[in-house]
Every structure is written in C-alpha cells, then in structure tokens.
Design a protein. Structure first.
Length: 341
C-alpha cells in the first residue's frame, strides 16, 4: 500500500513540531538552571546555561537578556584587559539580540524589553563605550513604547544631564511636571534639577572643558518647590522640602555673605515652622530647625546672639532625636518570617 504524499508531509510536520517543542522545553530548563546560578551570582556558569537556552531556542529574548546581564556582571570598569572588554562586548551583542527577538506582545516581554533598553542606555552612557547617539537611540525607543511614562522620561532626562544636554533635560523635567500637575514628586524632580550646577554665571548651560564656575538656578528651584508645596497646603512634607533647600544653600555655598546666609536661614525657619504647625511631632522638621539655627550662629558676629542660637540648636537637636526615637518605638513591628516545616 502506498502512502500518499500529503500523509507523509503531515507526518514529517508532526515530527518536526515535536522536535521544536522538545527543544523549547529543554531551553526553558536551561533558563531555569541559569536563573538559579544568576541568583547565586555564579555568573560564569549562568553564561553557559543561558547560551544553551539560546542555542535551543534562538528566539528566547528573555534568555538573551540574562545572558547579556551575566556577561555585564563579570565586567570590571577600568580594568584594561582584552578578556574584560570582551565581557562587555558579549553583553552588548546579547542585549541587541534580545531586542531583535522580542515581539513585545505580552507584559513579560514588554518588561524584558524595558530592562534591555535600560541596560544598553547604561552601557553607552559610560566609558569605554560612551556614545551619546547610541545611548539616545535606545532611550528614545524606551520612551516611544510609552511616551507618558514618567519613569521612562526620567531615564531620558538623566541621560541628557549626563551628556550636558541641559536644555533638553529641562524640557523633559518640565514635561513630566506638566503631565503630573498634582504630583508633588514630579514637581520636586524639576526643582532638584534646577538645584544642580548645570549652568555658568550668566545662566547659560555649562560646557564641558569650560573654566567658568558651575552654578545652580537656586531661585528657580525654590520657586518650583513653593509651587509643589501649594499643591497640597495640608501636606507638611512640602514645606519641609523648601526648608531643606534653604538650609543646604546657606550651609554649603561658600560664595554667600553672612547676610545672605542669615536671610536664607530665616526663610528656611519660616517654612519649617509651617511644617511643624501641621505636624508638631515631625522630627525631621525639628532637626532641620536646629540646623538652621546653627547657620544663623555661624553667620553672626554678635557673641551673645551666637550663644543663644547655638543653645536653641542644641535643644532642638535633642528634641528631634527624642521624637525620632518615639516614632521608631511606636511604629508597628515587622512580622518575622516563619520558617517552613
């Protein structure tokens, strides 16, 4: 009896299908072995496991990602040897292969893609492969997948800052703050950006290699922070954040006169008192209040006033530490993990 061609073809497809399915099962088993070794930080052995997983299933994007991560974990920055450099080269190749094979359909695949893009951005943002165009290319892909995701936008902003693309970074921070107008954290991120020394004395973006001193835009930072506090006037943390910025400026800026330091300290006290009106046992505010009085003590030449400010600062420090202790004692205990029987 002759077997018809269609029947033979179907039988062949069934055999091939079984083979493919078997390879995928073995690939997942290798992936499981790799995850175990990865968790135990046995990255060299993990590389062997993940390589086996990708040989058995060349489209296993998650295995490619962890293969890259295992190579990257073995790379030592600053170590100038061919073997060390190859670890990073192999990591880049595996990360790129993960992107090529990732359809980005399931939530798991999307998460792997985000992590892969983040890894490539990190590599191209640092030596020895520091490259703005490459890093930005992957950062733009990260943002393109979810243009309104604040985490992705912050990654892009951080990249711009690292490469001194100050106007571009500012635009992104503003975008996040505008998209999240009622979110004090987004507002605070913009304020923190203005409080970094990204500009020269003329207010222009600082240029690498310039002999001009770097400056922050403190007044703009404070202006944004005050807007943040106004989002919810009943939130004591907003006023405390403003006070902390004033203290940091008065304490750390060596170019300030004593008169300016005193003025900033007074502004800080004004805001810290607002925080304490809302929450009298707010120990962080009490401690900062003491620090602001220490600034005032250092900014005056009046010996009597200096002594009074220091005494007040010491009393506030004791009060703040006691409140902190009470808060820790009254906090609910973390339940101990029960061992399995």
């Amino acid at each position: 009896m002759k077997t018809s061609t269609p029947v033979v073809a179907l039988a062949l497809i069934a055999v091939l299908g079984t083979g493919v399915g078997c390879a995928r099962v073995r690939s997942k088993a290798a992936m499981k072995d790799g995850n175990k070794d990865y968790k135990e930080e046995n990255f060299k052995k993990a590389v062997d496991d993940y390589e086996r997983a990708t040989r058995l299933d060349p489209n296993f994007s998650e295995a490619w990602f962890y293969l890259g991560s295992s190579h990257q974990a073995q790379y030592r920055p600053g170590k100038e040897t061919p073997e060390n450099k190859k670890q990073l080269e192999d990591a880049i190749d595996a990360f790129k292969k993960s992107l090529e094979t990732n359809p980005g359909q399931t939530e798991g695949q999307k998460n792997v893609k985000r992590n892969t893009l983040a890894a490539l951005i990190g590599i191209y943002a640092e030596e020895p492969y520091k490259n703005y165009e490459e890093a930005q290319k992957y950062a733009q892909q990260l943002v393109a997948d979810n243009p309104n995701d604040s985490k992705n936008l912050y990654a892009l902003a951080n990249l711009y800052e690292k490469f001194l693309k100050v106007p571009e970074a500012e635009a992104v921070y503003k975008k996040v703050a505008e998209q999240n107008a009622k979110d004090a954290k987004a507002c605070g991120a913009l304020a923190a950006f203005y409080n970094k020394p990204n500009w020269d004395e003329a207010g222009e973006p600082w240029v690498e290699g310039s002999d001009k001193p770097r400056r922050a835009k403190f007044d703009q930072a404070i202006g944004v922070l005050e807007q943040c506090a106004a989002i919810d006037p009943t939130d004591h943390t907003g006023y405390q954040k403003v006070a902390s910025f004033y203290w940091d400026k008065a304490y750390r800026d060596p170019l300030l006169t004593d008169e300016q330091k005193n003025a900033y300290a007074d502004k800080g006290l004004e805001n810290v008192n607002k925080a304490l009106e809302l929450k009298p046992d707010y120990f962080e505010a009490v401690i900062y209040k003491g620090l602001l009085y220490r600034v005032k003590a250092g900014a005056t030449s009046d010996r009597r006033a200096k002594a009074q400010f220091l005494e007040t600062a010491q009393d506030l420090q004791k009060q703040g530490l006691e409140l902190k202790k009470q808060a820790a004692e009254s906090a609910p205990a973390t339940p101990a993990a029960s061992g399995g029987q």
